[in-house]
Design a binder for this molecule. Structure first.
Ligand code: BTN
Length: 235
């Protein structure tokens, strides 16, 4: 499997690093770190993690054909994260559309895709691996692989499972297979949600994910297909 790896003990953000250096880097360069001083989350939030406790990495995509699939790359990556977690025999793994990975009702992984199309895309992934305590007042409850397994995991071993699976999935795209996995692990299925889409707010029930990975919400008997936006569970 063709990919390159760089590891930093400490960095501001692996996403920022690849965004600044993409011209010099190859397609499928993976950058991981033990600590980020300025980790980025979605919607301009920060992503914090104690040193050495969690897996934080980003990878670069420059391949033209793959960049044409940009809207679904982070969803396909979430599928590979979820599969790798299940390989550790953890139960209750699901994906909260578009790309958060959950274990039961707790978030274990977040993904932030950034970039500048058609030139490049950076997919940044943070997975709670060995963290045992989470700060009070988190927006949503969080968990980690070690809390679920009741023992620490080897972060390098997890990386060696996950990185090639991501490269393999994105190189030999089998969208139907990934879609089937996503549909079978759809955290939001059947839940009542509020969605902000095109600056309008919709309330409805999640009924599925369509063939383009858009979230389907039935709102007042109208079937909406949502390709981006924030989804809040209500009721
Ligand atoms: C989210 O808000 O759920 C997305 C979090 C993404 C965090 C990862 S950690 C590695 C990479 N570098 C960053 O600065 N952010 C992403």
């Amino acid at each position: 499997m063709q990919y390159k790896q760089i590891h930093f003990d400490e960095i501001d953000s692996t996403n920022t690093y690849l965004k600044n250096t993409y011209r010099l880097m190859d397609n499928f360069t993976f950058v991981s770190t033990d600590y980020q001083s300025n980790g980025k989350g979605r919607n301009d939030r920060t992503w914090t993690s104690e040193k050495g406790e969690n897996l934080m990495f980003s990878f670069l995509i420059k391949d033209e054909a793959l960049l044409r699939q940009s809207p679904i790359i982070s969803l396909l990556s979430a599928v590979e994260v979820a599969k790798s977690i299940e390989a550790y025999k953890i139960k209750g793994v699901s994906i909260k559309w578009p790309n958060d990975v959950f274990i039961n009702d707790k978030k274990v992984c977040g993904i932030l895709a950034e970039g500048q199309l058609p030139n490049f895309m950076v997919v940044g992934i943070g997975i709670n691996t060995n963290q045992k305590k989470f700060p009070e007042g988190l927006r949503r409850p969080a968990t980690s692989l070690s809390l679920e397994l009741k023992k620490d995991i080897d972060i390098n071993e997890f990386k060696e499972l996950l990185f090639p699976s991501i490269v393999n999935s994105l190189t030999n795209l089998d969208i139907n297979k990934s879609l089937e996995y996503f549909r079978n692990h759809n955290y939001l299925l059947g839940k009542r949600v509020k969605a902000l889409f095109d600056n309008q707010e919709f309330v409805g029930e999640v009924v599925g994910v369509d063939d383009s990975f858009c979230l389907q919400i039935k709102a007042r008997n109208i079937l909406m297909h949502i390709d981006s936006g924030e989804i809040e569970i209500i009721g």
